[in-house]
Design a protein around this ligand. Structure first.
Ligand code: ATP
Ligand code: MG
Length: 289
């Protein structure tokens, strides 16, 4: 039997789409063209998914219709955003990038955070088979699939911790890339390769792609090493490229994850601090687009 997609009430426009397979968020965008942003890093566990969810949370508070594409076979964003049963996933979308498939994969998010809405293109462990890279010319499938969708104000793509074919698919479909890192030696090394990858995709398949910025996450203000690495990244990439302010290490990020709530719902000082930072990032990204 086909899964039932539950559409919550009060989407940001007065057009509740309750037809199976269509989501609440897919009503006309409120701001005209809004960007598609890939959140990438070579290294695992630096906060890619947390940044995607933080930006989606900020966008929802602003009343935007947001699509989160989960291109990570681990499916962390998918399991945090939606518990709905899923028959069609991003694996089907990559196999058949048609309008019908991408619409069938759209899943409403569980967050109850008016006035905006979030939809998810859910991941599936099988997408790992799309991650092998033969070195040939990329024939972007995700970009083709997303081109069939209208009405979203913002699309965020959560990427796996690698610069393989899935991340390339994401970059080929994006207007902007955000590189996430922690202020560590290995983190800094990973940034260099991720920035080079963005440049490579810009030159080869997607001339529209721009680096929106580098997010430095999990910064402890008392750690000298963190201050050193932050300075090092500023020296290499310039003040403009580092998104400001950096994101501090705050338990609120893990509380949001643990409770399945958007970070804007975590009513602690740390929650408000992190939520404010994502509001600021969203503003910056909107200015750039
Ligand atoms: N600023 C922060 N303060 C405290 N904890 C954080 C912060 N950012 C992320 N975390 C926690 O660190 C862990 C890893 O974060 P996250 O899953 O976002 O990283 P990731 O880069 O997406 O990982 P992966 O590469 O496995 O997909 C999570 O448990 C998350 O809650
Ligand atoms: Mg992740």
């Amino acid at each position: 039997m086909a899964p039932v997609v539950v559409v919550r009430g009060a989407p940001h426009c007065n057009d509740p789409l309750t037809r199976f397979g269509l989501s609440a968020a897919r009503c006309p965008g409120t701001l005209g063209a809004m960007p598609t942003i890939s959140v990438i890093a070579l290294k695992g566990g630096v906060g890619k998914t947390s940044v995607v969810l933080g930006l989606a949370s900020a966008a929802t508070v602003r009343g935007l219709a947001t699509l989160v594409v989960d291109l990570d076979p681990q499916g962390n964003a998918t399991s945090l955003l939606s518990t709905h049963a899923r028959k069609t996933t991003v694996a089907d979308v990559l196999a058949h990038p048609t309008k019908e498939t991408v619409e069938a994969a759209l899943t409403a998010c569980d967050w109850e955070l008016a006035p905006g809405e979030v939809d998810v293109l859910p991941s599936h462990p099988n997408i790992i088979r799309f991650d092998s890279w033969s070195g040939g010319t990329l024939r972007p499938k995700l970009a083709r699939a997303l081109s069939h969708l209208t009405g979203y104000d913002l699309t965020l793509i959560d990427c796996p911790p690698s610069l393989g074919a899935l991340t390339r698919e994401a970059l080929a479909a994006s207007d902007f890339a955000i590189v996430v890192t922690t202020p560590t030696f290995f983190g800094s090394q990973g940034v260099e390769r991720a920035v080079a990858e963005v440049e490579e995709i810009r030159k080869s398949v997607n001339p529209n792609l721009k680096l929106a910025g580098i997010v430095v996450n999990r910064v402890r203000s008392t750690a000298e090493e963190h201050e050193y690495r932050k300075q090092e990244l500023t020296d290499i990439y310039g003040r403009v490229t580092l998104m400001k302010p950096v994101i501090p290490e705050r338990i609120a990020v893990q509380q949001a994850e643990g409770t399945g709530m958007p970070v804007h719902r975590i009513r602690t000082a740390g929650g408000r601090e992190v939520a404010d930072i994502f509001d600021g990032y969203l503003k910056t990204l909107m200015r750039k687009s």
